[in-house]
Ligand binder design. Structure first.
Ligand SMILES: [Zn+2]
Ligand SMILES: [Zn+2]
Length: 87
């Protein structure tokens, strides 16, 4: 399964559909990230390494602060990106 797009809108449509650029920039907050599974939240504008970590910060249709979630940890990447710390 490789259809996960790099930008997810909570409750909305994924943005973009063709190809996966090496670096994606959010036109709203200016954040940059890479990786075809990386997800940038268009609501709170945090970046996550995949659907699993993205879903961790979504709670009842709202965004939680990733830094307050014990399940998430900042990854050692060149850009701000959250991942599952226990993996
Ligand atoms: Zn969010
Ligand atoms: Zn953004």
């Amino acid at each position: 399964m490789c259809s996960i797009w790099v930008v997810r809108s909570p409750g909305g449509q994924p943005e973009g559909s063709l190809g996966v650029p090496a670096v994606t920039t959010c036109r709203h907050c200016g954040a940059e990230w890479g990786g075809m599974h990386t997800s940038h939240c268009t609501s709170c504008h945090e970046t996550f390494d995949g659907i699993a970590s993205f879903d961790q910060h979504r709670n009842r249709g709202r965004c939680a602060e990733p830094g307050e979630l014990s399940a998430l940890a900042l990854l050692p990447r060149a850009y701000r990106c959250w991942g599952l710390g226990s993996c």
